[in-house]
Every structure is written in C-alpha cells, then in structure tokens.
Design a protein around this ligand. Structure first.
Ligand code: ZN
Length: 143
C-alpha cells in the first residue's frame, strides 16, 4: 500500500533493524523499544488489522511467533517473560495501520511495560456470561 510505513520498511525504502525475514513475514525492532528487544512481526501482505486476516494468513504469521520468541530468549538470557500484544484499531492503541504483533521481552516488574486487567466478575453472573457467549457464538458462519 502506497502510503504505508510498514510496507515501505518491508520494501527496504525505509531502514529498519531487521530481526527475521522470510517470504511472507518480516520482523524488526520497534523504534520505541518499550523493553530491549521489543520486536514487531508483520505480514508482508498489507492487511490493516486482525479483522482483515483469513485463516491462512493467520496461520502463516502466527506460526512464526515461537521461533522469534525462542531467538529473543536466547539473545537475552536475562529475559524473564514475554508479552505478545496485537492492537486492533485506534481505540485499542493501534498507531500504524498495517497489522503487527508486538513481542515485548520482560525483565522485571519495573521494566516500563504494564497491562491493567480490570475485574468485573461481580457484574457477570453465570446467566449473563451465557447470554454474552450466545451473542458471540451465533455470529459464526454455519456450514
Ligand atoms: Zn502496509
């Protein structure tokens, strides 16, 4: 896509710190380096976000995650954990609209990455959980 930052990076028109590349996937360091080794994994095919994936593209892109995670683990033996994060649309903190998966190595509780998980369990008794699940599950296409 013409004005896409990540398409330009994949094409080599904009420099990047490449970590991994194959025919379908490109991985490079996020310039913000939330933690050291913070890597973005992107499909070479331009898709804006997860809503534009099909199963085949997902299997291609997500299948690369273990080996990239394993390379990070070897490169940074002090790494104590890894967050995998995929933001979809602006409200969910997506800022470049070429789908990407963040791999964020974790080194300690004060390593400048955190997630807040709210807990609304009290608002969702079993019947309400079932109703929400039904609302979602009826949207799957039937064969
Ligand atoms: Zn793109």
């Amino acid at each position: 896509m013409a004005d896409c930052l990540f398409c330009k990076i994949i094409a080599g028109e904009i420099p990047s710190a490449k970590v991994y590349e194959d025919d379908e996937v490109y991985a490079f360091l996020d310039i913000t380096q939330v933690t050291e080794g913070h890597t973005l994994v992107v499909p070479k095919k331009h898709v804006a976000d997860l809503f534009e994936y099909d199963a085949e593209l997902a299997s291609v892109v997500f299948s690369r995650l273990p080996k990239i995670a394993q390379a990070l683990e070897k490169a940074f033996p002090e790494m104590a954990g890894l967050n995998v994060l995929n933001n979809n649309k602006e409200l969910a903190y997506q800022s470049v609209f070429h789908s990407h998966i963040h791999l964020i190595p974790r080194y300690g509780k004060d390593d400048d990455f955190s997630i807040h998980f709210g807990n609304h369990m009290a608002d969702y008794p079993q019947e309400k959980l079932q109703a929400v699940a039904e609302k979602i599950s009826k949207e799957f296409p039937h064969d």
